[in-house]
Design a protein around this ligand. Structure first.
Ligand SMILES: [Zn+2]
Length: 131
């Protein structure tokens, strides 16, 4: 009888481990999309989402804020940068290209944020605190 209970306990423990593994795998599948994308936010609202995978020809576009501030964003294969802006500090331009596990590019005067998502590095960074 004692032996049977012991076996059942083991089966229960293995079932629990299997369930935890399944949950972890499911979560990873959700938080790690295959493609790397960049999200451009103006004044907290997403104004554009660009695919950073398979960018064959680099391109640029301008984001104009509600206050009229302009940032020119350059998209290259796997990375993105603000290449010119009419803000006084030019901190966003000085940041240069980001490609993944780095803090987003922020232009405070123009309320612009460029964040790269879908990269495994980002998942590791944001894993602790879901934003
Ligand atoms: Zn700026």
């Amino acid at each position: 009888m004692a032996e049977l209970k012991k076996n059942l306990a083991w089966i229960g423990a293995f079932a629990l481990i299997a369930a935890v593994c399944a949950i972890v795998i499911a979560c990873r599948a959700n938080t790690a999309p295959h493609g790397k994308t960049a999200k451009i936010l103006s004044d907290g609202e997403t104004v554009r989402v660009v695919d950073l995978e398979n960018v064959k020809t680099p391109y640029e576009f301008t984001v104009t804020s509600k206050d009229g501030g302009e940032n020119t964003v350059r998209v290259e294969n796997g990375r993105i940068a603000v290449v010119s802006a009419d803000c006084p500090d030019k901190i966003c331009v000085k940041r240069g290209f980001i490609s993944g596990a780095q803090p987003p590019i922020v232009c405070l005067p123009n309320k612009l944020t460029v964040v790269v998502t879908g990269d495994s590095g980002i998942d590791a960074v944001t894993g602790g605190d879901a934003q």
